[in-house]
Design a protein around this ligand. Structure first.
Ligand code: GDP
Ligand code: MN
Length: 392
């Protein structure tokens, strides 16, 4: 689950990281009011940032500075409603504009190849890290935390030194790196990214200027499987931006992932779903999705899953592959019959149901004149042939 910058910043603050104050605004009037409070407190400029769950907002024109509340309102009215990579901006973050001296990148990810949380840092901050990885991979430095010991201060210090930080900013960097690791652990996050982590210049009331490190941007994704352990975090899901099919799949309790092919797959069990996709490919087709209806799926789940598959206009044939254990074959068959009765688009379908109540399922399907198959190979071959027929 991706969360918005403002929410990610709250989670960073909770771990004691330095994040400048902000307000979230949904209308130009709210932007103006928020800007007013920061300007009244002495800010010379404010920054207005689109809150959308994609990177590169700056480049897309979704991050702008303003010198007065009126200008902030104007900038806000331009950003609100703007389209950034296909997403309409519905809210913005408003804060005192930082006086940036230098931008760094600091991120934490789960490195699955070594089963550890890895921190990455680069002196080439501000730009997208994927770009740095392509053009200058040597500019990205990494340390990995031991699962038992956690991230140790000396590792964080080495990372800070590697990106060129020295006293008096090195110790603050160590605190930030440890805090980032703590944020990963505390929230079951699989990514926390601060880009830029910036050195900013601040002028105190006596006119002297100091420099400090602050988190100017925050990007975070939470492991969906960890959400049950954090009742508060579910509320951070931004329904404004969730793909309607994903939302529907979540409601039905179905694992559903969109792919690029033309053969819709409905399978029970993740392993069987993978195998089914492999066989579709072997017979020369491309799966349109990964779909696991889960164990013990009832007819309404099956009908709902069918709707999700059909919602994809690229789907030219459907392959249903059910291995009945807890799942009852006749229940699935009833769901398929129900789904077809409501179906608005005529897409050919091949059904293979084996296991619990397969005989009853076969009778129901034959009565309803469904195309069936007994083996998975046969089912996959037929589905691919049907999809090619549909394409002609
Ligand atoms: P992103 O483009 O979606 O990653 O959004 P960011 O929050 O990282 O902002 C993009 C860029 O805008 C940053 O790299 C900065 O260069 C600039 N920026 C963001 N906040 C401020 C600010 O408070 N002051 C100044 N001067 N620039 C900022
Ligand atoms: Mn950024």
């Amino acid at each position: 689950m991706k969360i918005q910058e403002a929410d990610a910043k709250s989670l960073l603050l909770a771990q004691g990281l330095p994040v400048p104050p902000w307000k979230v605004a949904r209308t130009p009037t709210e932007v103006e009011a928020a800007a007013g409070t920061f300007l009244d407190k002495g800010a010379s400029r404010v920054v207005v940032k689109a809150q959308v769950l994609v990177g590169g907002r700056g480049k897309a024109g979704g991050v702008k500075l303003a010198s007065s509340a009126a200008e902030a309102r104007d900038v806000g009215s331009k950003i609100l409603g703007m389209d950034i990579k296909g997403i309409t901006v519905k809210k913005v973050l408003v804060g005192a504009a930082a006086d940036i001296v230098k931008e760094y990148y600091l991120g934490a990810i789960i490195d699955r190849s070594i089963s550890r949380i890895t921190l990455m840092a680069s002196a080439e901050g501000g730009v997208e890290i994927e770009e740095v990885a392509r053009q200058n991979p040597g500019a990205i430095h990494r340390v990995s935390a031991d699962p038992l010991l956690g991230l140790l201060a000396f590792q964080a210090r080495a990372l800070g030194l590697a990106i060129g930080l020295r006293d008096p900013l090195l110790n603050p960097f160590v605190t930030i790196a440890l805090g980032l690791f703590a944020t990963m652990k505390a929230n079951d996050a699989d990514l926390v990214e601060v880009n830029p982590l910036a050195i900013v210049a601040e002028t105190s009331s006596d006119g002297s200027s100091t420099q400090r490190l602050v988190c100017l941007d925050a990007k975070m994704t939470i492991d969906d499987s960890g959400l049950a352990r954090h009742p508060g975090l579910g509320a951070l899901r931004d329904l404004d931006e969730e793909d309607p099919t994903d939302a529907q799949a979540r409601k039905l309790g179905i694992n559903f992932i969109h792919l690029d092919g033309t053969i819709g797959c409905m399978v029970n069990g993740a392993g069987l779903a993978m195998t089914t996709m492999d066989l579709v490919k072997r017979y020369g087709g491309e799966p349109a999705n990964f779909l696991d209806v889960g164990g013990g799926a009832r007819r309404d789940t099956v009908a709902g899953a069918m709707e999700l598959i059909l919602a994809d206009p690229k789907v030219e044939a459907i392959l249903v592959n059910i291995f009945g254990g807890i799942t009852r074959g006749d229940e699935v068959a009833a769901g398929l019959i129900e789904a077809r009765a409501q179906q608005t688009r005529d897409v050919p379908m091949v059904v293979r149901i084996v296991g619990t109540n397969a005989t009853q399922a076969a009778r129901l399907l034959t009565e309803a004149s469904f195309e069936t198959a007994t083996s998975l190979d046969e089912a996959a071959e037929k589905a691919v042939a049907l999809s090619k027929g549909a394409a002609r």
